[in-house]
Structure formats: C-alpha cells, structure tokens
Design a protein around this ligand. Structure first.
Ligand code: SAM
Length: 280
C-alpha cells in the first residue's frame, strides 16, 4: 500500500492507542489511507478552505483531508480516547489541524472557522442525519458552508438524492434538493470499514446553491413536508388537514390536486404549497 503521509499506518495507531471500536459511538473506522484520500478528493480543491470534520476517530479521513491540501481542518470528536492519535496528526501538519473534544450536536464550530468552509465527515447514521438537517435548514441562505461531503448508510444516501415517485423520496430529498445540488459520488462495501457494519455505505456530496431553487419560507416548507410525509400514503387533503382549515382550496391555488399523495409531488409544487399556506 502506498502511503499518503509519514505517520504510522492506522492499524498501528489503533493498537498503540488501544482504540477498540465502540458500538455506542457508531465507530466503524476507515483504515485504508488511499481510500480516505479518495473520499477527501470528493470535497474538491480545499487549498483555500477551512474544512470542518465531525467524528475524526483515529484520523483516517483527517489525514486524507490534510494530505489532499486542506488549508486547515477543525475536527470535533466525542471520544477522548482518540485525542492522542489526533494530536500526533496535528504535530505532523503544524498549524493546520485543530481538534475539539465534544459532541458535535452541542458545539458551535463557527468561532473556529474562516470562510470559505467545507464540511466532511464519516459519522454514525443518527448523528449524521441530524446534523445534515440542521445544516440544510438555517433561517438564512446561503449557509456558512459551501459544500458537504458526507458518508451515510447507502439507504440514507438514496433518500437524499431521491426523485418524486420513488420509495426513497421524502423529507430528506426535499430539504437537500431545495437548497443544494446533491449527488452520490462513491459507494463503499461493508468491508471497507473496521469493524464492518451490516450495510453498505455511500458518500454524498452536496453543494450549496446561491439561493433556494424556488421561493418558500423554510419553516413553513419544513412543516408542510414533514406533515405530508408523516402520512405519505394518504391524499394530501387528509394528510395536511392540520396545516390550514381550507387546505383543499390552498392545494388547488397552488396548482395541486387535493387527491395527490406526497410521494408524487415535485419540489416546485411543495414550494408553491408552502407559499399558499404562508398566506394569511
Ligand atoms: N472518521 C473516522 C473514520 O472514518 O475512520 C471515524 C468514523 S466513525 C464512523 C464515527 C466517529 O464519530 C467516531 O470516532 C465517533 O467517536 C465519533 N462520534 C460519534 N458521535 C459523535 C458526536 N455526537 N460528536 C462528535 N463525534 C462523534
């Protein structure tokens, strides 16, 4: 195996620091540095960017990001057992890696970052989805980040890029595609990880659009989409009953048949409906 830096192989790092993977932290590590460098390259040219990495673990992706030229990496890791290994990487790349110990769901990283900012992560499924939704739903747009390069379970990745009419189409697809371009850029089998998870994974790359594809109030759109997909098999006039007392009229004004179902409705139609529902 060729090496991307002069630090020890990740298997040695894990043994030296006794980093036995913990299920409770969703730890499935990537130990092949050529693979982590390839994932890092999906984030594009990082030489002029700060990169926020969530969940660096023993540092495989971190090393990939630094070797591929990220200007600076800010890494937030919940497991303090990983800090000595991460500090070794910081020493090998002076001034380019800052590590914060803590829960990414509770830390505001902005104070530590200088734009332009890209985000890269291989996170446990539930934390990853929660963060993705937060990153996609700020009140103001464009957001603080330019792009997201994120590993997900393959099934979640498919939900992010799904189109109307498919089983995977739902809230994640609409939130992601309203304000960003979203593509699956890599597929990874379970054996790429140590220990291997039960399912396949995929890397999704999202680029923030300068403005949302169609106008809508983010809070209203979020609420309408959540309501509509909560009862995805029901006709919209029933699924959205609680959204407005005259929902049937509002659906018609938005150009939508009240008998349609959420999974058939395009992003453009959802935005038109959110605008109708936001009217007094
Ligand atoms: N990036 C490493 C890699 O690719 O080998 C580790 C990936 S592992 C799937 C997920 C990492 O996220 C673990 O190191 C875990 O400790 C960390 N983690 C889990 N929950 C976290 C949270 N809420 N905040 C920050 N890190 C978290």
């Amino acid at each position: 195996m060729t090496t991307i830096d002069t630090l020890p192989p990740l298997r040695d790092v894990i043994n030296t620091h006794d980093l036995k993977a913990r299920k409770s932290l969703g730890q499935n590590f990537l130990l092949d540095l050529n693979l982590t460098a390839k994932i890092a390259r999906q984030a594009g040219d990082m030489s002029g960017c700060d990169v926020l990495e969530i969940g660096p673990g023993p540092g495989g992706l971190t090393r990939g990001l630094l070797a591929e030229g990220a200007r600076r990496v800010l890494a937030i890791e919940k497991d303090k057992r990983c800090l000595p290994a991460l500090n070794e990487i910081a020493e090998a790349y002076p001034g380019r890696l800052t590590v914060i110990e803590g829960d990414a769901l509770e830390i505001d990283p902005l104070a530590y970052l200088t734009p332009p900012i890209r985000i890269a992560a291989n996170l446990p499924y539930n934390v990853g989805t929660e963060l993705l939704v937060r990153w996609l739903t700020p009140a103001e747009w464009p957001p603080f980040w330019d792009s997201l390069t994120l590993m997900f379970q393959r099934e979640v990745a498919e939900r992010i890029v799904a189109k109307p009419g498919s089983k995977a189409y739902g809230r994640l697809a609409l939130l992601a595609q309203w304000r960003a371009d979203a593509r699956i850029v890599m597929n990874l089998p379970p054996e790429a990880f140590t220990p291997p998870p039960k399912v396949s994974s995929a890397v999704v790359h999202l680029t923030a659009l300068p403005e949302p594809r169609f106008p809508a109030d983010p809070a209203v759109l979020n609420r309408v989409v959540a309501m509509a997909f909560n009862q995805r098999r029901k006709m919209l006039r029933s699924a959205l009953k609680a959204a407005a007392p005259d929902i049937e009229d509002r659906l018609i004004s938005a150009g939508i048949k009240p008998t349609e179902r959420a999974e058939q409705l395009s992003l453009e139609a959802f935005c038109a409906l959110a605008r109708e529902i936001a009217k007094p």
